[in-house]
Design a protein around this ligand. Sequence first.
Ligand code: HEC
Ligand code: HEC
Ligand code: HEC
Ligand code: HEC
Length: 216
Amino acid sequence: MRRWLSRYWQILTRPSMHFSLGFLTLGGFLCGVLFWGGFNTALEATNTEEFCISCHEMERNPFQELQGTVHYTNRSGVRAECADCHVPHDWTHKMARKMEASKEVWGWLFGSIDTEEKFEAKRRELAEREWARLEANDSRECRNCHEFESMDFTAQNSRASRAHSTSLASGEATCIDCHKGIAHELPDMGPDFEASQAHSGLASLEAYVAHLPNEE
Ligand code: HEC
Ligand code: HEC
Ligand code: HEC
Ligand code: HEC
């Protein structure tokens, strides 16, 4: 074994006699491109809705719920897919989220949410992870499509323009503070919902609106 290894090592380190350095460099470069391309294609494949749904197919599933919302059908025909809201666009954050998501594979192997009962029981915990993510990144995934600078307050209903021109504009609140449950049904939050929101001082959209200065 040792002999075999040392011979192998010799072959690897011996200068190549058959190929010019230029050929090897070019070859290495091409292999790199092919590998990288393949890697990114594979990465893209894990961003498709089909991929997400292949696991998230439980009885009351997030996809079914999404279909009832404005993010699935609307007058403009612009549609948000799973990855638009759940996977960062830029490379570094995307990789970080993909690494983190590898634990979803464990969850899947061990069936952490493979029945409706288990999903419902765990739903709040999962939703809270997602909220924490969006709160920490100032709702970055929402802002990929909804740019604050491009919001025309005069075209919004009065509740919306009041909230957006005050708490959102000042940075006191971010999209997800007020817009929970826009894509899926909210988990059963129970009476301690308000308490769980205490850190941000926000209870819910309605509570938020109640605190806004009156119109006029
Ligand atoms: C291999 C199966 C599998 C695939 C593919 C998959 N998920 Fe998951 N996902 C799970 C499981 C299982 C959980 C629950 C993890 C747990 O129990 O902690 C989960 C949890 C989640 C959560 C809850 C938040 C969190 O941090 O746990 C979100 C959001 C989510 N997945 C979105 C997606 C999206 C978007 C895609 C496609 C880009 C996707 N998933 C692809 C199995 C999968
Ligand atoms: C892929 C682009 C995209 C992403 C990502 C996205 N949205 Fe939207 N959103 C839309 C479109 C398109 C509409 C519908 C516009 C229309 O009315 O024609 C919409 C509508 C809305 C509405 C109006 C709801 C209603 O009932 O009229 C709210 C609120 C909203 N989005 C919040 C969010 C939040 C919060 C996030 C992040 C969690 C988010 N959006 C992520 C594209 C997106
Ligand atoms: C301070 C709370 C608050 C924050 C923060 C907030 N919104 Fe809103 N938003 C509202 C309220 C209130 C409405 C009106 C809802 C209603 O009338 O039921 C609204 C409505 C909307 C609408 C629909 C507008 C219309 O006229 O129909 C969109 C789109 C929207 N918000 C997107 C966003 C996005 C994207 C962000 C983050 C960049 C955000 N909101 C942050 C409170 C907020
Ligand atoms: C418009 C943005 C948006 C889209 C599109 C979207 N989600 Fe979500 N998703 C959210 C938000 C925000 C949460 C956090 C809980 C909430 O507010 O409903 C969430 C929560 C979840 C959860 C945690 C359990 C729960 O129900 O709260 C899962 C799993 C999930 N999404 C999977 C998916 C899958 C799969 C798709 C595609 C079929 C998808 N999501 C499409 C915004 C989105």
